[in-house]
Design a binder for this molecule. Structure first.
Ligand SMILES: [Zn+2]
Ligand SMILES: [Zn+2]
Length: 314
């Protein structure tokens, strides 16, 4: 539908959107699996565009600068989490495309302090999936504690995993991928996985850590079973179906389960630097904005190898 272009308030920039990545979280918002924060809302939180206008009291970006806008729209900066370096856990956060309008649109506004510079090495469409799939995958890798020479499992191989595997390979980590979709298994092997099997197939070696990217709770016991003693299981999604009960044996021997919630701006800056160094190459399927629903439906049916991206303007 037609809506008025937003205006940049104090400290904000107005960005003309060129491309916006399609994330599984957009599906969770649209289908009501996450409680509504704003309705109606424009989804989309992997935005690449150019600064068109600056609000008062801005200084970071010139007109025409190419920038990225991610999930974390704003934090209060004053709660106990913000003050201890964990702004991803802020008590009063705002999220792009969820509590404020996002990037499935021609224009978006965001506080400049939460906007990222985008390296010239990445075309718009290739850069878009870095802003959530990339950053969240990177935080998941960090929280897994995986080290060079370690063995890491991925459960599900969508947008986030196809970026995270490139970072893991760069760190000399062996990646084992469990996913139901044959196309996703094929992509994992192309990107350097040492093994790819079905979701519930046991990897051939015990893993130091694993990341569950798929939103399916029944994967958790299977993934725990694949871990070595002391192994870490990271749940990378914002939403997951209920986790079935399982025997304590699967968790015993100091195995750890933890979730990932949002990211700090430092995660974003660190990841975008590493992504440019490697450099990360994202596989994208591009849809025009008018076909956003088709892109979302394809994502829902595992039909996107890599990431879906909406092309908004040149
Ligand atoms: Zn806070
Ligand atoms: Zn996302």
């Amino acid at each position: 539908m037609e809506v008025a272009a937003p205006e940049a308030a104090d400290g904000e920039v107005l960005v003309r959107v060129r491309a916006c990545g399609v994330c599984r979280t957009d599906l969770h918002v649209i289908e009501g699996e996450l409680p509504p924060r704003k309705s109606p809302v424009i989804p989309g939180h992997q935005v690449v565009g150019v600064v068109e206008r600056q609000g008062k009291n801005t200084r970071r970006f010139a007109t025409g600068a190419r920038v990225g806008i991610a999930w974390l729209h704003h934090t209060d900066g004053t709660c106990e989490y913000c003050r201890s370096g964990a702004e991803n856990l802020c008590d009063n956060p705002r999220f792009t495309g969820y509590s404020v309008d996002g990037g499935y649109a021609e224009y978006i506004v965001a506080p400049e302090d939460f906007v990222y510079a985008i390296s010239a090495g990445f075309p718009d469409e290739q850069a878009a999936p870095l802003l959530c799939a990339g950053i969240i995958g990177f935080r998941s890798l960090r929280l897994s504690g995986i080290k060079a020479g370690g063995r890491l499992g991925f459960y599900g191989f969508g947008a986030a995993a196809h970026v995270a595997i490139q970072v893991a390979r760069h760190w000399s980590v062996e990646v084992f991928t469990s996913t139901r979709d044959a196309r996703h298994q094929k992509l994992a092997l192309e990107l350097g996985a040492v093994w790819a099997g079905g979701t519930f197939d046991e990897p051939p070696k015990k893993l130091d850590a694993a990341i569950v990217f798929a939103p399916a709770g029944e994967i958790v016991p299977a993934a725990l079973k694949a871990l070595k003693k002391g192994g870490v299981l990271v749940l990378g999604g914002i939403h997951m179906s209920p986790i079935p009960s399982f025997s304590y044996d699967l968790l015993y021997h100091e195995r750890v389960i933890r979730s990932v919630a949002n990211n700090t701006r430092q995660d974003g800056e660190d990841f975008l630097r590493v992504a440019a160094e490697i450099p990360i190459r994202t596989r994208v399927q591009v849809f025009p904005l008018a076909e956003a629903n088709r892109a979302l439906n394809a994502l829902k049916n595992d039909a996107i190898p890599g990431a879906a991206v909406l092309r908004i303007s040149e």
